[in-house]
Design a protein around this ligand. Structure first.
Ligand code: NAD
Length: 331
């Protein structure tokens, strides 16, 4: 039986990945600061620990002294625009996430040396936030091809940490032969993602606001609503990650949808799914870049993967889940 370690298994993507790997018959150890918020983890073993602690990481990366077959690294200090684009959390975001990545690679390298093995394949979740700000100023025509990452100019410190860590994974690959796979996620959403409290991202926040508002009511949106994004449903993300891990292609590669919408269009879509007429009030707030869309040419070429679910279908599933969560919290 293949063994796998999922770091960040208490988070949104990590907890979905655990479910997927379980269905494929893996033995799974999950690790996180916390258990998943919305369901019981299917991991065979779940370690609640702080991965910034080097000793904790050293204990977690092996099972009875034997390295894992695969590691999925999703643990990071992150959130939506209200968390990563205000600048208020930059030092923590950079320090916390970089420390986890440094600890992981150092621990795996030392374990490999001790065991005389080098078999653990590591997946690292980077982000579309690494792309250059100057290529994302035209909302109708952003450039997020993988090759456009350099010369680098991410618009957030979160993006700079991701770019540094991408390079760190590839350096361990070059110098120590550790097999790595790196993907740049573009706005992953779906059920069991955070939907309140300040770390939620645009699709969840809009679903919550629409669900809380009566027909004919008004919701507030940061910016002029003309900023563009694409959003990828969680099951599609997990499938693309699995394909990348099974392939010989190290990346970095975009994992996203090419169905770009403005934020106002996203609100209209959610309202129509909810069967409501909703007015939008545009207010000042952290927005991020003006335009962003996944460029999927490389992933199509290398993995034969493309997104199959429409945004409307993914939003419909997410809206019903958030709506039911909201009603549960009222009752
Ligand atoms: P998430 O916040 O739900 O999950 C991250 C998990 O890491 C959390 O459960 C958190 O508790 C854990 N964590 C943070 N610091 C830790 C520490 N010191 N020790 C142990 N655990 C710690 O985020 P997510 O949406 O599941 O994202 C997973 C990964 O994908 C992250 O690296 C994120 O940066 C990346 N990513 C996500 C998106 C997206 O749209 N969701 C987009 C781009 C990149």
């Amino acid at each position: 039986m293949k063994t796998v370690l999922v770091l960040g298994a208490g988070g949104f993507i990590g907890s979905h990945m655990v479910k997927r790997l379980k269905s494929e018959g893996y033995w799974i150890r999950g690790a996180d600061l916390k258990y998943p918020d919305f369901s019981v983890s299917l991991a065979d073993e779940f370690v609640v620990d702080d991965l910034r602690e080097r000793d904790s990481m050293r204990d977690i990366v092996h099972r009875d002294g034997v390295p894992f077959d695969e590691i999925y690294q999703f643990a990071a200090d992150m959130g939506g625009a209200g968390y990563v684009f205000t600048g208020e959390h930059d030092a923590d975001i950079m320090n916390n996430s970089a420390t986890i990545n440094l600890n992981l690679l150092d621990s795996v390298h030392k374990l490999n040396k001790k065991c005389g093995l080098n078999r653990t394949k590591i997946f690292y979740s980077s982000s579309a936030c690494i792309y250059a700000k100057h290529n994302q100023e035209d909302p109708s025509n952003p450039n997020c091809s993988e090759a456009s990452a350099y010369p680098a100019n991410p618009d957030s410190e979160y993006g700079w940490e991701k770019l540094f860590s991408e390079r760190l994974y590839f350096a361990y690959n070059e110098n120590y032969g550790i097999p790595v796979r790196v993907a740049r996620f573009h706005n992953i959403f779906g059920p069991e993602g955070v939907w309140s409290g300040g770390k939620e991202k645009a699709p969840a926040a809009i679903c919550r606001k629409v669900a809380e508002t009566e027909n004919g009511g008004m919701i507030e949106i940061w910016g002029d609503g003309k900023q563009t994004r694409s959003f990828l449903y969680i099951d599609e993300c997990v499938e693309a990650v699995r394909r990348l891990m099974e392939s010989d292609f190290p990346g970095p590669v975009n994992i996203g949808s090419e169905e770009m919408v403005t934020i106002d269009q996203l609100v209209d879509m959610v309202a129509s799914i909810a069967g409501k007429t909703i007015q939008i009030k545009h207010i000042n707030g952290p927005e991020g870049v003006r335009g962003r869309n996944s460029d999927n040419a490389l992933i199509k070429e290398k993995l034969g993967w493309s997104c199959t679910m429409t945004l409307a279908e993914g939003i419909s599933r997410t809206y019903s889940w958030i709506n039911s969560q909201l009603h549960r919290s009222y009752s």
